[in-house]
Unconditional design. Sequence first.
Length: 166
Amino acid sequence: MPRIDVTTRVSATPEAVFDACLDVDLHTASMGTSGERATGGVTTGRLSADDVVTWQARHFGLPWRMTVRITDHQRPHRFVDEQTSGPFARWRHEHLFARDPADPTATIMRDLIEFSAPMGPAGALVARVILRPYLRRLITRRNDFLVGALVSRAGGTRRRGNGTRP
């Protein structure tokens, strides 16, 4: 099963980053290139424990529809969203937040994603070769957007190197 692990440093508190990651409106703004929007469940505001949201978007020129539930919610340390219906055979996205030990005013945000595609061995090959790199870029782009939004909200200036990936 393919895994994605993206780590991003954010110049904001874990509480602020946690809340931003659950903000449906901010998520929609961050996914402008795919036209992603919330069409069911919680469609605006902040998600919380057991909330469900259905996302619609275009990826690879095709319409995608995915419904996820917040299955674990431990503010401000972690939350998990898991697909209940959609294009993947399995989708689990764990979001982790911790103070940066080198800078107590910053947060280390980590996205851990496990997913699998349907259609057996052919789906597994597509997941490894096409979906994994695509989804990693998508998450990285979303995180870069969140970093910029949080810095703007705080009235600061965005410094180069706020987002890092191992």
